[in-house]
Design a binder for this molecule. Structure first.
Ligand code: AHM
Ligand code: MG
Length: 339
C-alpha cells in the first residue's frame, strides 16, 4: 500500500521551512482545512436539502436556513475565531473587516481574508465552486485590536494563500511561498491527502478563458488578443480552445494544471472589472507565481498593487507566463496607438 500524506502531516513537516515559526501558521492552515470539510459536506448535499432557500427562511424543524455562501462564511469565521491564530478577518461577504476582541485573538500574529464561496451563481446548477483565502502577518501591535491597515497590505506580503475547489472531487491547494501543493479529499477517511505535489503551471497553453459576452466593451488590446487566439496558425497551435466555466476557482484550477490564461478585464460598465483584489486576485496571484506563472492587471503585477479599500476591484489576467505576457503586450501596444 502506498503511504498517504495527509494535509496535517504535510503542514507539520513543512513547518521546518520557517526556522523561527511557532506553529501558529500551521495551526491556522489546519483550521482552514477543517472548515473546508464542513463546507464541502454542505455543498455536497445542496441539491438534497432545502439549503438553497433564501437566508431568513426556516425549515420543517424550525431551524433557520442559510444560503451556502452565508453558511461558508460562518464556518470559516468560526474556525479561525476559535482557533485563535488570527486577530481579525475580512470576507467578501461582509462590508467591513472584523477584529476579534478576545484575549487569545488579540495576541495572534495573523489576519485572514477570504471569499467563502466563490462562483455562487453556479451553486444552483451543480457547477464547481470554491473557497479562496489569503493570510498576512498583522501590522498592528500584538495585543491591540486589528485595524484596517492589517488588511490593506500588498499581495506580495502574503504569508500564505490557497483555495478549495468543490468539484468532481474536492481539492485544497495552497502555498506558503515555498511552492504549491494540492491535496484531494479522500471521502472514505475524511482527510485531504497530498495528490499534486509541487504544482507547476505550463509556460504556455492553448486555453483562454473569458466571458466573451463582454468582449465588445473590453479594451482594444483584449479584443485583439482574443482574435489572435482564434486565428489559425499551426506553429502556435492556434486556434486555441475557449473554456469559461464562470467559476474563477474552477477556471483557474484547470488552467493551472493544463496551461492557459484566465481574463477578467475592465469593461465600459466596470472599468476595474469584477474581481476583488484582496479576496480573489491576490491569493490566486501568489499561487500562480509560486507555480511559475504570472498574474497581471494588464499593466503590471497584481501582487504589487497597494490596496486602497477592502473591496477594491481590479482587472485580472492570470495563468501561463507566456500567455499573460502576450496579452499585456497587446494591451500596451493598443494603448500606445490610441494615445
Ligand atoms: P462572486 O464572487 O460573486 O461569485 O463573483 C466572482 C465570479 C467568478 O467566480 C467568476 O469567474 C466570475 O465571477 C464570473 O463573472 P461573469 O458572470 O461576469 O463572467
Ligand atoms: Mg468571489
Amino acid at each position: 500500500m502506498s503511504s498517504l500524506v495527509t494535509l496535517s502531516e504535510f503542514i507539520m513537516e513543512r513547518q521546518a521551512d520557517f526556522p523561527y515559526a511557532s506553529g501558529d501558521l500551521s495551526r491556522l492552515l489546519a483550521d482552514i482545512g477543517i472548515a473546508s470539510k464542513i463546507i464541502n459536506h454542505q455543498v455536497n448535499k445542496a441539491g438534497l436539502q432545502d439549503i438553497l432557500g433564501a437566508e431568513g427562511t426556516t425549515n420543517v424543524q424550525g431551524e433557520s436556513q442559510m444560503k451556502l455562501d452565508v453558511f461558508s462564511d460562518h464556518a470559516l469565521f468560526n474556525a479561525v475565531k476559535w482557533g485563535g491564530q488570527v486577530c481579525g478577518v475580512a470576507s467578501e461577504e461582509n462590508e467591513t473587516y472584523h477584529a476579534f476582541d478576545l484575549e487569545h485573538c488579540r495576541k495572534a500574529k495573523y489576519v485572514i481574508l477570504f471569499d467563502p464561496l466563490d462562483g455562487s451563481s453556479n451553486i444552483d446548477v451543480n457547477v464547481s465552486i470554491g473557497t479562496i483565502f489569503s493570510i498576512f502577518r498583522r501590522r498592528s501591535s500584538v495585543g491591540d485590536l486589528a485595524n484596517v491597515n492589517d488588511f490593506l497590505q500588498r499581495g506580495c506580503d502574503q504569508v500564505a494563500a490557497g483555495y478549495v475547489i468543490y468539484g468532481s472531487s474536492t481539492m485544497l491547494v495552497y502555498t506558503t511561498g515555498h511552492g504549491v501543493n494540492g491535496f484531494t479529499l479522500e471521502p472514505s477517511i475524511g482527510e485531504f491527502c497530498l495528490s499534486h505535489p509541487d504544482m507547476k503551471i505550463p509556460e504556455d497553453g492553448v486555453i483562454y478563458s473569458i466571458n466573451e459576452g463582454n468582449l465588445n466593451s473590453c479594451g482594444a488590446g483584449v479584443q485583439a488578443y482574443v482574435s489572435w487566439c482564434k486565428e489559425a496558425d499551426k506553429k502556435t497551435s492556434r486556434p486555441y480552445t475557449g473554456r469559461y466555466i464562470g467559476s474563477l476557482v474552477a477556471d483557474f484550477h484547470r488552467n493551472l494544471i493544463k496551461g492557459g490564461v484566465y481574463m477578467y478585464p475592465g469593461t465600459l460598465k466596470a472599468p476595474d472589472g469584477k474581481l476583488r483584489l484582496q479576496y480573489e486576485c491576490n491569493p490566486l496571484a501568489f499561487i500562480v507565481e509560486q507555480a511559475g506563472g504570472k498574474a497581471s492587471d494588464g499593466r503590471g503585477r497584481i501582487l504589487d498593487i497597494q490596496p486602497r479599500s477592502l473591496h477594491q476591484r481590479v482587472p485580472l489576467f492570470i495563468g501561463s507566463r507566456n500567455m499573460v505576457e502576450r496579452v499585456e503586450a497587446m494591451i500596451r501596444q493598443h494603448e500606445l496607438t490610441e494615445a
